[in-house]
Each structure stands twice: as C-alpha cells, then as structure tokens.
Write a protein that binds this ligand. Structure first.
Ligand code: ATP
Ligand code: MG
Length: 302
C-alpha cells in the first residue's frame, strides 16, 4: 500500500469496498443504527493463536438504566496474557462495561465469565475472591488523600495479606521503583502531579500481583508526552510481570502504542475486535472512521 495517512491507515480509496456511499449510510441509520457485522477479526485472531484462550468472555450482555439502553448485546473475548485495548467514543458504555467485569454491576441479560466462572452466579465470598484477581487503575488514580504514597501502595497488602511490615516495605519499594517514584514516597497525593498520581495508582494496582490489570482511561488529563510515557510504562510492566491487561481509552495513539488486541465499542456493542494490525487495516466504515480520525463516516456528534 503506497498511500498511507498520518495515522498509518491506508486511505479510503485504496481498500476495495470500504468507500462510504449514501446507501451504506442509510443502512447504518436504520433501526439497528449500525452494522457491527464482524466478529471475524476475533475468530481469525483465535485461529492465529491456538494456544491462547479468553481470560474474560462477555456474552450477549444487555444493560438498561431506566429508558437508557447502554449495553445492547455486547459480545467480547479478552485474550489471556495480552494487552487488550477497548476503544470507543465518549458515553458508549466503556466504564459500565468495566463495572460488569468485576461484578460492580450485573447484566439484565447475558453473562460474563472470568476464567470460565459466571460473575452473576457467584456468591459474595466467591465474588470477593474473584475481584482479587483484578488490579484496577481508576481514572484519577483514586488514591487516599489522607495517606502518603507509601501508605497508599501498602494499603492492599495490609488489607488482604498477613505480610509483616518489613515484607510490605520491600514490596512497596519495588513497586515504587517500577513506576519511578522512589523519593516521593512520603508525599501526599495533593503534592504530586497528575502523571505521578497515575503512576502511584498503577503501583498500587500491581501490588497484589493481579492476574488481570484494568485501566479506565489511564491517559485522561495527561498531555501527549506523559500519555506516551505512561503507555510505555504499561507495556514495560506487562512485559516484566505478565498477566492480562485491559486498557480502556478513546485515544487512538495509546491504542496504537500498546494494543495487541483491540476492540472497538460503539453504542453498547463491539463493532469489531481483533489483532491490532487487522484492526488498523479494517474495512468496517465505523472502525475506519474512528481509528482513522476521519470526519466523514457514520459517527456524528449526536
Ligand atoms: N449508574 C448509572 N445509572 C444510570 N445511568 C448510568 C449509570 N452509569 C452509567 N450510566 C449511563 O451509561 C451511559 C454510558 O456511560 P459510560 O460511563 O459507560 O460511558 P463511557 O464510554 O465510559 O464514556 P467516557 O468515555 O465519557 O468515560 C451514559 O449514558 C451514562 O449516563
Ligand atoms: Mg468512562
């Protein structure tokens, strides 16, 4: 392909059948509102990685708040041991989806399986045990304002383990070193920058050695350079510690930098999911518009 735009995606006219004509628009505007035909990327990916399996499976999940139908039959597999990026415009249900994965919300219909176990069928004790598989970096770092960074990172260890203070000390310093915060351990969250808060939240998310690490918009509120640095750190930690990473974002550059598997969410469904290369070369009009940051396409300001 010779003609590549600044995002690295082949331009529209290069890909057969990807042109976005009025009849396609009409089709997308119909009752179902959009064509999210493809799980082919997901199937292809699975064929290419015969040893891998889904860490989390989301099966036909529906969730409505009053009259606001947020998840509309969402299907998604999250591959074990990889960095999956879930991309989607604002208000499409990304945070609602995350809450379903850890059993903070439950589907009206459909189910979520974490390592094969259905989240909505778990008793409370099992649910709490399941949640311990997860390390979560919330949007603002969600640090305790009254504690310094050391105590923030030590908190899950003090809550959930019988480790001695000496053992906790060693782990906390290892994690703070991982994220480049040695020297800042006695500072409070209010005394450090937004980027440092995210790194501290990341250290805390990793402290119990979770099997699954989830990031809700780790890049929000950061400038592009700090976003790239944080993404670099996410990638490095994944290489070092392994595990299944799920990164929620609407930042295409972040997806490109760290995504091994990419799922595009729109209006409560996965439009397409697959390996990163397949996705950045997608023929689906919505995925092309969104990943290619085009103005033309099914996505409007509505
Ligand atoms: N607890 C709730 N009760 C009622 N409606 C809710 C609740 N949580 C979310 N919603 C609605 O669900 C929709 C999707 O919200 P969500 O926060 O998942 O979007 P998002 O994709 O994370 O957006 P953003 O990129 O802006 O964070 C919104 O219309 C929101 O108002
Ligand atoms: Mg959100």
């Amino acid at each position: 392909m010779s003609n590549i735009d600044e995002t690295g995606i082949a331009l529209e006219d290069e890909v057969e059948g990807a042109g976005f004509d009025p009849s396609t628009r009409e089709m997308l505007d119909q009752a179902a509102e959009y064509s999210y035909d493809l799980h082919s990327g997901q199937d292809t990916f699975r064929e290419e990685h015969p040893g891998d399996f889904w860490s989390i499976q989301v099966e036909n999940v529906h969730k409505t708040f009053g009259t606001n139908s947020v998840l509309n039959g969402l299907n998604l597999g999250i591959p074990e041991g990889m960095i999956t990026v879930i991309l989607g415009p604002s208000g499409t249900g990304k945070s609602v989806l995350i809450k379903h994965l850890i059993g903070l919300m439950f589907p009206d219909e459909g189910q979520i399986l974490v390592h094969g176990d259905s989240v909505s069928k778990m008793r409370m004790s099992k649910l709490l045990e399941m949640r311990r598989k997860f390390g979560i970096l919330f949007q603002d770092g969600a640090l305790f304002g009254s504690m310094n960074l050391y105590d923030n990172v030590a908190f899950p260890l003090r809550q959930h383990t019988d480790l001695s203070e000496a053992q906790i000390h060693d782990i906390v310093f290892e994690r703070l070193a991982d994220v480049g915060l040695i020297g800042a351990e006695t500072r409070g969250p209010a005394e450090i920058s937004g980027g440092m808060r995210k790194r501290a939240g990341f250290a805390r998310a990793l402290v119990l050695e979770p099997e699954i690490v989830m990031f809700d918009e780790p890049d929000s509120g950061l400038d592009p350079v700090r976003t790239a640095l944080l993404c670099g750190l996410i990638k490095e930690m994944h290489t070092r510690h392994g595990g299944t990473y799920i990164v929620i974002t609407h930042d295409i550059a972040s997806a490109r930098q760290i995504g091994e598997y990419i799922a595009v969410l729109w209006k409560g469904r996965i439009v397409e999911a697959g390996g990163a290369e397949t996705m950045f070369d997608s023929k689906n009009p919505f995925v092309r518009q969104f990943l290619g940051r085009r103005v033309e396409g099914p996505l409007g300001m509505e």
